[in-house]
Design a protein around this ligand. Structure first.
Ligand code: ATP
Length: 437
């Protein structure tokens, strides 16, 4: 993990939040390269989940909602983890983590061996107050999931978009959980981003749709993101593990070097639980008129839910490689071109004054088409290594021959092959190498 934390800091992917004040546990900032990778992940998910489908639409809902939403959803009563405190060193732990780590030391602190308090439940929702008075009546919560935004807008979307079952509503947005033990870098945060989709179906077709979504979500990880299949698995939740709303849940898990297989996405059959609860709490009917049977039905819901930050970490780990090239070590992120933060680096062979103008002309030519970086510091070999380390698929080198032949060299990250291309054809040649992106 140290390798990834240090790479992320050194190369501008992820910084500790409020670092100059010593940081703050469970919060992270994304740097110039991090924000690009994150945006590319979100674009890929949105394309697969909304753009390419005829049956899913997107929305964006507020982070703070009427607090009744969280009573209806069950979060006020049940969104809690059991925790214990050490009476001696005051460290706090999740009870289930302690059991999983070392069952033989149950009841003792894993840090100092001290006595632990009884386990008690801790609600993970962040509380705030609306308006100037901080009393019970003004309590509100930062949302712990984006899903409820889709449920409370079910009727709005159904009527404005004239949707027929089955159809889905998707959203990308921030969620907040006051995790007892945030950690493992950006794996478990207190503020993170989720990509969730609620797929509304006719009751009775939910199990079939659940299977379809499991298959389709797994393929997204392998085909769209290029995560290696051997590092992924699908795990069925045991009955006692199921959330209060779920009939069946399956997790897609990644084999993390620090934790073994752990969840990166959950795909749940949420039944009609949420819509029924909102009907009851809001005193409104939230139903779908089924023309075939002439009946009003409450749809069932299949929900694929994943976190952008955890996906970010998965991609870093999965694409990371250290190789030996001509006796030298190189670190390379083998990200798909679509995901790479920088697609093309423009590298003049040196800072020679003859090379600077054509290199800048090439950079000007490419900037409207691709995310680029211009680098003229240190030897060309070093600069290739720097681009390999951040996953840049193509480097364009401007050298003294360019002055005569109006051509440049494209060097590819993975095979390190080099081809000479006329500047006039450069945009098309790069687009082809970058799989059209
Ligand atoms: P875990 O068991 O790891 O706490 P969960 O089952 O509570 O996760 P879900 O409620 O199913 O998670 O959330 C869906 C997805 O959101 C997860 O698969 C994960 O990618 C992401 N996620 C959940 N909690 C966090 C967190 N604290 N930090 C980062 N991502 C998270």
């Amino acid at each position: 993990m140290d390798t990834f934390v240090s790479l992320c800091k050194r190369r501008g992917f992820v910084f500790q939040s409020s670092e100059i004040y010593g940081g703050i546990g469970g919060f992270w900032d994304y740097g110039p390269l991090g924000v690009e990778l994150k945006n590319n992940i979100k674009k890929s998910w949105w394309r697969a989940t909304v753009q390419e489908r005829e049956d899913v639409v997107g929305i964006e809902t507020a982070i703070v909602m009427n607090p009744r939403v969280w009573e209806a959803s069950g979060h006020v009563q049940t969104f809690a983890d059991p925790m214990v405190d050490c009476k001696n060193c005051k460290h706090r732990f999740r009870t289930d983590d302690l059991k999983a780590n070392d069952p033989s030391r149950e009841g003792r602190c894993p840090e100092c061996g001290g006595e632990l308090t009884e386990s008690r439940m801790f609600n993970l929702m962040f509380k705030t107050f609306i308006g100037p008075v901080e009393d019970e009546a003004s309590i509100a919560y930062l949302r712990p999931e984006t899903a409820q935004g889709m449920f409370v807008n079910f009727e709005n979307v159904l009527t404005t978009m004239r949707k027929k079952l089955p159809f889905g509503i998707a959203q990308i947005g921030r969620s907040f959980r006051n995790e007892i033990t945030p950690g493992n870098f950006i794996f478990r945060d207190r503020e993170f981003e989720q990509m969730e989709m609620e797929f509304f179906v006719m009751p009775g077709t939910d199990e079939e749709w659940h299977d379809r979504w499991i298959e389709s979500r797994f393929s997204w990880w392998t085909d769209a993101l290029g995560v290696r299949k051997e590092n992924l698995r699908i795990r069925e939740h045991a009955t006692e593990e199921l959330s209060h709303y779920s009939k069946r849940t399956v997790d897609i898990e990644y084999d993390f070097p620090f934790a073994g297989f752990a969840e990166i996405e959950g795909i749940a059959n949420r039944t009609d639980f949420d819509l029924k609860q909102h009907e009851q709490f809001a005193g409104r009917t939230l139903r779908y008129f089924d023309e075939a049977s002439g009946e009003q039905v409450i749809p069932y819901v299949v929900e694929p839910a994943m976190g952008v930050d955890r996906c970010f970490l998965t991609l870093l780990i999965d694409s990371y490689a250290e190789e030996e090239v001509r006796g030298e070590k190189r670190t390379v992120l083998r990200l798909k071109p679509e995901l790479a933060p920088i697609k093309v680096a423009i590298l003049p062979l040196s800072r020679n004054e003859q090379l600077v103008p054509p290199a800048h002309r090439v950079w000007d030519l490419l900037r409207p088409h691709f995310m680029t970086q211009y680098d003229d510091a240190q030897s060309i070999g070093r600069r290739y290594r720097r681009q390999d380390e951040i996953g840049t698929p193509c480097c364009v080198t401007v050298d003294f021959d360019t002055l005569n032949d109006e051509a440049v060299t494209i060097r590819e990250r993975d095979e390190m092959t080099q081809v000479r291309v006329p500047i006039a054809n450069l945009v098309d040649a790069l687009r082809e190498k970058l799989d059209g992106c």
